[in-house]
Structure formats: C-alpha cells, structure tokens
Design a protein around this ligand. Structure first.
Ligand code: ATP
Length: 274
C-alpha cells in the first residue's frame, strides 16, 4: 500500500481564467498538510476567493476555469470537477458573506448541511448537539429566524452548516468580514477547536492578516494572482515586509508588495521570494 500524502490539498501552478479572457490566477502553488490550518492572505481582488472556488470547483458557475496546473485533494486529481462531487469527497466551502436561508430558523439552516448524509432523527439530534457544543450562542437562538440574527451569528450558522456534512476539509472565505473584533476572536476560537477536536483540515482566506496568522499554522500571501511569500505563521508574523504591508506597522503607510521586494532586493540581492 502506498502511504497517503501528508498533504490533504495540493495546488501546482494553477492558472484561472474568467470568461475566457480575464486572467485571475497566474501560477498558484500551495499545499495544506493534513490536519493543519493554512491561511491564504492578500488584499481585495488578490485572488483568494478565486483560489478557493478553483478548489471547491465552483468556478464554472461564474464562467471561470482552471486553464493550467493541477489540484490534488486527498490523493485524487479534482481539477474542474463538479461541486457536488467535492462534497461527497468531504470538502466543503463556506462562501464569503455567510448566505443563510433567512426565512428558515437557525436550526433548520444547520440541518441543511447534513442533506447528503442519511441520518436518523436521533443521529441528527446528536450532531446538532455536537455543533451547539462549539457554537454555544446558536443553541439559544435555534428557533429564531436566521434572517434576523446578527452578522456574527450568521457566520457561525454558515460554519456549523458546513460542519454538518462531516467534512475532512473546510474552505473558509473571509470569516472575519464585517464583524466586530470580539466576534472575530470568538469565531476563530471555534475554528481552532473544530480543527483540533474534529480533525478537520482548514484553508482560510482572510484580509485580516493578523488574526488569520495567529490562528493558522502556515500562510501564503498572494497579490494579483501570484504567491508572493509563504512561511510558517510565526515567521510571517515576524517578517518585516508582512508587518509593513499587512499588519499596519509602518511609518510610510501601505505600499505595494512588489515595491517593497524590489527595494529589499536592491539592499539584499541574495534574498529569494516567489
Ligand atoms: P475579495 O476579498 O475582494 O473577494 P479576492 O482576493 O478574493 O478579493 P478574487 O475575488 O478572487 O479576489 O478576484 C481575483 C480577480 O479575479 C480580480 O481581478 C477580480 O476582478 C476577478 N474576478 C473575480 N471573480 C470574477 C468573475 N466572476 N468574473 C470575472 N472576473 C472575476
């Protein structure tokens, strides 16, 4: 028997084009080790959502396509597969902007995540209780109409619903978006717990570099469809370029990543980046 790869997910030189002409990813290579949390960082329009949708194979709905490179998930090539196929393989994406069914209750929303599993009533109750163990405030809100819950609660509903499919891997698109810092911290605490206790591997896209790196094992920074820098979360948090560009610790304000690298390459011609 061949040993399973240590990486649950691996992208090699992935290129994505929308509408046959708009090139969104140029050459993205990244991997997620089994059981780890990896952060995909970068500003608006960097290509984070596109990368996640390439993996969950949701690009076709937006007239996008992987035109080059390969995506391997759990030992099988999945490039340009059908999204329903991916859920069957245990990979679930939580889309940006949370998207609950507003007219359903919180609990009914969470239950929809288990549609592909044949659960008895008792099993369903068990699974719900397990989720409420993580998402404590959803238990109190379970009979409320989801459309009337707060942004933070809706984000929690979206993650809980995804977990009801019992995924091996979760893709999270900007879980912190639009939320107050306290709620962001709460959501990331839950994400950490799901990773540690349920063993789910996680790739999360975030503009909030600081909070993402504090909750991840490893990170990739992308800009205009290219991986600019990668490293352990700790090394990125301590990296001067990352501090200056993404953590707001800068005297001159935000610059472009390429400019900083260019300046640095002049100063240290032996440094290597992507
Ligand atoms: P954001 O945080 O704003 O979502 P992002 O890093 O997720 O940013 P993407 O949404 O992946 O970035 O966008 C990457 C590039 O692809 C951008 O130039 C964007 O304009 C383009 N793009 C994204 N979706 C589409 C689409 N459906 N059709 C055409 N171009 C698209």
């Amino acid at each position: 028997m061949t040993p399973q790869s240590d990486n649950i997910l691996q992208l090699d030189n992935v290129e994505v084009v929308y509408d046959n002409v708009i090139s969104a990813l140029h050459d993205v290579s990244l991997s997620v080790p089994r059981g780890k949390v990896v952060a995909l960082l970068g500003g608006n329009g960097a290509g984070k959502s596109t990368t996640l949708k390439a993996i969950s194979t949701m690009l076709a709905a937006e007239h996008g396509k992987v035109t080059n490179g390969t995506i391997m998930y759990d030992g099988t090539p999945v490039t340009n597969q059908e999204p329903s196929h991916m859920v069957g393989l245990g990979l679930v994406q939580v889309l940006e902007g949370r998207r609950c069914f507003g007219h359903l209750t919180v609990e009914e929303n969470i239950i929809t995540g288990a549609y592909s599993r044949k659960l008895s009533k008792a099993e369903m109750r068990n699974e719900l209780e397990r989720m409420y163990g993580y998402f404590k405030r959803l238990r109190d809100r379970r009979t409320s109409q989801a459309g009337y819950t707060s942004g933070g609660e809706q984000q929690m509903i979206a993650v809980a619903r995804a977990m009801m499919a019992k995924p091996k891997m979760l893709l999270l698109d900007e879980p912190s978006m639009g939320l107050a810092p306290q709620l962001v911290a709460e959501i990331f605490r839950i994400v950490q717990a799901l990773n540690k206790e349920e063993g789910v591997s996680i790739l999360l896209a975030e503009q909030n570099t600081n909070v993402a790196l504090r909750n991840a094992d490893y990170g990739y920074i992308i800009e205009t469809g290219h991986v600019m820098l990668e490293g352990s979360a700790e090394s990125l948090l301590n990296d001067d370029k990352v501090k200056e560009l993404y953590l707001g610790i800068s005297k001159e304000g935000r610059k472009n990543f390429r400019d900083v690298l260019r300046e640095e390459n002049k100063a240290h011609p032996d440094l290597h980046h992507h």
